[in-house]
Design a binder for this molecule. Structure first.
Ligand code: ADP
Length: 536
């Protein structure tokens, strides 16, 4: 440490930190990294599968999240170790690309690293391990392509899409209602999908949550939902062929910016003033009516006088709509945002086939639903649930299911879930290892064992004896040469995942294998780490 002065004579201190940096090199560095990464994956292991456990995470400001979504758990865990952060990025990468399979990819990466650790202990060079894993991954992915089956679906027959969505939802908190939610997801994706180009823009699906009601009250809305109600209780609750005037100016007389005093000394003067104000309102409402609008959506509030005048003139109105929603409505209905009453013209109005107010049973909650918009295919899933925590987890689960359906529309190929495709991949890799003469064969066998960690985790989490269950499933796959047998997590009585309708998209499974292998290779390549010493 030394004290120095800058050109103005101000003192500052220079710390010499270089010598205090901790440097870890060689195998020791790799071991430390592998330990950090496997610690993260071990945390997620118990969350895998339909019987996986949930995690309760409390953020720094006391917000509670209950979830079993891998990407969310890792994001909220706030890990500080740099290598552990790579695992978090791994889950995010799977989430961004595919949307589902985030827990699986982390568990697989952890298992690969554990296997690599054993090989390192036996004296194998990290780059040999990487090469072996690379080869094994290519074989496993190739095998997945071979065993994949095509899940045909058409706009009329969506049962296969529903099944895949059910599998995605079955491992979440919302599994009791997976069937109903899966139907909602499929409807939403098909509403925005371009089946000819096999393309789906998930941004067009908005997931809105409203606390209250039950999960099964979740509905699909072919349009936009705004969390507001009609400004007057007697206004009609349903408008067909709505012509919408979108305003960003309040229904109030303008307020002068300078201070002034108005002295009223007689009844006549007061009447005059009241008359002037009324005229103002009448003018405003007249302009709206003349344009042909039958619904006003306003960013600001209304005076009571204006509200009742609107009602008397048969115009419905919604007030205090947020800026973002105003823009969304304008885009969807093809209307223009109007900042002044003088600018209202019929061409600037938005159009929608129907606008209605939705009630929820006996509660006072209401929302406005705008359907059949002219310019966009935007749709909404309105999620209901007892509390905010359930709502948030349901939204995350729906996102996963939406992604699965989208992936199936992009590529119709699927493989069996429940660990079946991992076991099939492991068998193929182990067979290839037997034909390989070089030292990579050990790494390939290790890869095959790592693949087994998925069915083992599924069995463990379901309270089954992991080794016995895995060996009987494996024996059956080898004997019958069928890659459909997996772990019967729900105790249905059959190992055949086709009978259980447990499918995962080929794309998701391939991506899991490839991402986990890439990460493992990356960690094995780091042999020198320079970090500030946090203890000094
Ligand atoms: P991820 O975040 O990786 O999707 P999940 O907790 O959703 O993790 O678990 C997915 C795993 O559970 C997959 O391997 C899938 O095949 C398996 N799975 C889902 N439903 C079933 C089921 N009914 N029976 C057996 N396995 C299932």
């Amino acid at each position: 440490m030394s004290l120095v002065f800058d050109e103005y004579g101000r003192p500052f201190i220079i710390f010499k930190d270089q010598d205090r940096k901790v440097r870890t090199k060689g195998l020791e560095a790799i071991r430390a990294n592998v330990a950090a990464a496997t610690a993260v994956s071990r945390t997620l292991r118990s969350s895998l599968g339909p019987n996986g456990m949930d995690k309760l995470l409390v953020s720094a400001d006391g917000d509670v999240t209950v979830t079993n979504d891998g990407a969310t758990i890792l994001k909220e865990m706030n890990v500080s170790n740099e290598v552990a952060k790579l695992m978090v990025d791994l889950a995010s990468a799977q989430d961004d690309e595919i949307g589902d399979g985030t827990t699986g990819v982390v568990v697989l990466a952890g298992a690969l690293l554990e296997q690599a650790q054993q090989l390192l202990d036996r004296g194998m060079h990290p780059s040999r391990i990487s090469d072996g894993f690379d080869r094994a991954c290519a074989i496993a992915v190739d095998h997945l392509e071979k065993i994949a089956q095509v899940m045909e679906h058409t706009k009329a027959d969506t049962s296969q899409l529903v099944r895949a969505a059910v599998t995605a939802l079955n491992s979440k908190v919302v599994k009791r209602h997976s069937e109903a939610l899966a139907h909602v997801c499929v409807k939403a994706v098909l509403a925005v999908a371009d089946l000819e180009r096999r393309d789906v823009n998930l941004d067009l699906i908005k997931i809105e949550g409203k606390v209250g009601g039950r999960l099964e009250d979740t509905i699909f809305v072919d349009g936009i939902v705004i969390d507001k109600d009609m400004s007057h209780p007697q206004m009609p609750k349903q408008i067909t062929d709505a012509k919408i005037c979108i305003l960003t100016t309040p229904f109030e007389p303008p307020k002068p910016k300078t201070k002034h005093r108005l002295e009223i000394s007689s009844v006549e003067q007061y009447r005059e003033l009241q008359h002037a104000e009324q005229e103002y309102f009448t003018n405003m409402v007249k302009r709206v009516k003349d344009s042909g609008a039958n619904l006003v959506i306003c960013q600001w509030g209304f005076d009571d006088e204006a509200n009742s005048l609107l009602y008397q003139n048969g115009i419905c109105a919604v007030r205090w709509v947020g800026g973002v929603e105003i823009e969304l409505i304008a885009m969807a209905t093809g209307g223009r945002i109007i900042p002044r009453f003088e600018e209202i013209t019929p061409e600037k109005l938005g159009h929608a086939a129907s606008v209605r107010e939705l009630h929820f049973g006996t509660t006072h909650d209401k929302v406005i639903v705008i359907e059949g918009c002219r310019s966009t295919r935007a749709v909404t899933i309105l999620v209901r649930g007892g509390n905010k925590m359930v709502l948030e987890e349901t939204k995350r689960s729906l996102h996963d299911a939406l992604c699965v359906v989208r992936n199936l529309i992009r590529d119709q190929r699927v493989v069996c879930g429940g660990g079946a495709s991992e076991i099939a991949g492991a068998i193929a890799v182990a067979e290839a290892a037997d034909c390989c003469l070089g030292p990579e064969q050990y790494a390939m066998r290790a890869f095959a064992e790592a693949l087994d960690s998925i069915p083992i985790a599924l069995a463990e989490n379901s309270g089954l004896s992991p080794i016995e269950t895995l060996s009987s499933v494996r024996a059956r796959q080898i004997a019958e040469r069928k890659p459909y047998y997996g772990i019967d997590c729900l105790g249905i009585g059959t190992m055949d995942m086709r009978e259980q309708n447990v499918y995962e998209t080929l794309e998701s499974k391939k991506q899991q294998f490839q991402l986990a292998t890439q990460l493992c290779k990356m960690i094995l390549k780091i042999d020198d780490m320079l970090q500030p010493n946090s203890l000094s």
